[in-house]
Write a protein that binds this ligand. Structure first.
Ligand code: IPD
Ligand code: CA
Ligand code: CA
Length: 264
């Protein structure tokens, strides 16, 4: 399938960094014996992947700015375009050899995400989206699920790590949602959670306290698959508030109705 030059640049970068992460994943098992070893190793794998992405993306589009989880922000000469990159989303999964992690690349133009690529090198699933051109998983067009009743839905969420976020609020949210849905899931990589919503695997997903690189590519993926994405206030931007609700229009509205008041 033919994609734009921009998407080709993003895919090529994601695949190269993906090969590196996949090799590193293979090493993790050997390191499980040492307690300190794997965490240090993963942190190096993460930084190596970001370095590759920075190199490839800046080489292809020299003026663009770059925000990466591991390296912070770098301004470009072109103030209108910024890459928003998570070189390894789902670090805890990666560290434990769980094949649910991804490279996430979003491109922002004047405040709007115009393209996204999410790549899981463990199973070779490649998600791409470009503004106005749809979302695809390995070249299959994506569409969010059509279920309209929460009781039929499988919903994804995030759980705050130890020492982070509001654990009480998270538990209250889970109780309320769990009481109303067919199934609740916590997969552990926000970018893939959103890709799963785009693919209709999850009917909806919410999480608090994320960063822009967790969601930039996921947001356009869901929207281009016909879904809705917002913050948990409903009128806030997920990318700036760090809180996200996504799903088809009806399920997004149902989740919003339950989650918004809980955060007050
Ligand atoms: C994390 C994952 C996880 C989410 C965390 C994120 P990282 O990203 O997306 O699913 O619950 O809050 O920080 O640290 O693995 O890149
Ligand atoms: Ca992340
Ligand atoms: Ca990360």
């Amino acid at each position: 399938m033919l994609h734009s030059a921009l998407i080709n640049v993003m895919v090529k970068a994601a695949r190269r960094a993906g090969r590196s992460l996949k090799r590193d994943l293979g090493e993790i098992e050997n390191l499980q014996v040492s307690l300190k070893g794997p965490a240090n190793f993963v942190s190096l794998a993460d930084k190596r992947a970001e370095q590759m992405l920075l190199e490839d993306l800046t080489k292809a589009r020299p003026g663009y700015g770059f925000i990466g989880e591991e390296g912070g922000a770098r301004e470009g000469q072109d103030k209108t375009h910024t890459w928003i990159v998570d070189p390894l989303d789902g670090t805890t999964n990666f560290l434990h050899g769980i094949p649910q992690f991804a490279i996430s690349i979003g491109l922002q133009r004047e405040g709007t995400i115009i393209a996204g690529v999410i790549y899981n090198p463990a199973n070779d699933e490649l998600y791409i989206a470009e503004r106005g051109k749809g979302a695809f998983l390995n070249d299959q067009r994506l569409r969010v699920a059509g279920r309209r009743q929460l009781g039929d839905c499988v919903i994804g969420c995030g759980l705050p790590h130890i020492g982070r976020g509001d654990h009480d609020l998270s538990r209250r949210e889970m109780i309320e949602i769990q009481n109303r849905v067919a199934g609740l899931r916590r997969f552990g990589a926000a970018s893939l959670d959103m890709a799963f919503v785009a693919a209709g695997r999850l009917d909806g997903y919410w999480e608090r306290n994320l960063q822009s690189w967790d969601m930039a590519a996921g947001q356009i993926m869901v929207r281009e698959a016909g879904g809705t994405v917002s913050g948990i206030e409903g009128n806030d931007d997920a990318l700036t508030s760090g809180n996200v609700i996504s799903g088809n229009e009806a399920i997004h509205a149902e989740l919003l109705k339950i989650l918004k008041p809980l955060g007050k």
